[in-house]
Design a protein around this ligand. Structure first.
Ligand code: PEP
Length: 251
């Protein structure tokens, strides 16, 4: 069965002190009020080690926001999968639209990162999604299909369940525009069907497909009511602990 994930993507926000204060509050709240979803925080690299210490006996897991596919070497400003694991992260966001748009990441590089993450036992949270122009041109499914096929190129079928797919329509990220539950249902069904066709139903039975794009406490319940939505990736609304807790504790 697919697990439910609620992932906080902090992007380039929070000093280590601010991150620790938030983590202590989140840990205490989840101890008092446990939830069945897997709760994951993706802090900046600088906060990972301290958060791993703070959260080591808690229900909260850590993700890196990015990693380089190479094991080591002359890649100024980058960190490797081994470093991600060493810093206490079990997950890594890969292919976020900000990485694609602002840092020129293409499907080929994203595929190399996914392959490397799996080699280190790190679960990739593999982000895909169409732009508004693609949606308006009726190209949503062809864009998703290309991102999936190229991003997962040569990944063996028995590794597909070790990846979480995050459907993040670019037009909904940080814009306050949320995809409707119907639009998300349609995209998630397309993703699951396509991957089942390629890899077989057994390989995709436990695959989690989560949604990201202006998720807030106000829309989480209607999104999570869709059975094709196995969780959410939350940017802006994850920065404030009370707001993130309201999402984590959705009814
Ligand atoms: C994101 O950055 O992955 C994201 C979904 O951001 P926001 O929730 O702010 O739209």
């Amino acid at each position: 069965m697919a697990k439910t994930f609620i992932v906080a993507n902090w992007k380039m926000n929070k000093t280590t002190g601010q991150a620790l204060e938030y983590a202590r509050g989140l840990k205490a709240a989840l101890l008092q009020n446990p939830v069945s979803a897997v709760v994951v925080i993706a802090p900046p690299f600088t906060g990972m080690r301290a958060l791993a210490e703070e959260l080591k006996d808690s229900a909260v897991c850590l993700a890196a926001q990015n990693m380089h596919p190479a094991a080591r070497g002359a890649f100024t400003g980058e960190i490797s999968g081994e470093m991600v694991v060493d810093a206490g992260c079990r997950y890594c966001i890969i292919g976020h639209s900000e990485r694609r748009q602002l840092f020129g990441e293409d499907n080929h590089l994203i595929n190399a990162k996914i392959t490397a993450a799996l080699n280190y036992g790190v679960m990739p949270i593999f982000c895909i999604g169409e732009t508004l122009a693609s949606r308006n041109a009726g190209e949503t499914f062809s864009v998703l299909s290309k991102q999936l096929k190229e991003g997962l190129n040569k990944i063996p079928a028995n590794d597909i369940g070790k990846i979480a797919i995050a459907y993040e329509p670019v037009w909904a990220i940080g814009t306050g525009l949320t995809a409707t539950p119907g639009q998300v249902h349609e995209a998630h069904s397309f993703i699951r069907n396509l991957l089942s066709e390629i890899y077989g139903e057994k390989a995709t039975a436990d695959l989690s497909i989560i949604y990201g794009g202006s998720v807030t406490a106000a829309n989480i319940s209607s999104l999570m009511a869709e059975k094709e939505i196995n969780g959410v990736l939350v940017g802006s609304a994850s920065l404030d602990l009370a707001s993130f807790l309201a999402i984590v504790n959705f009814k």
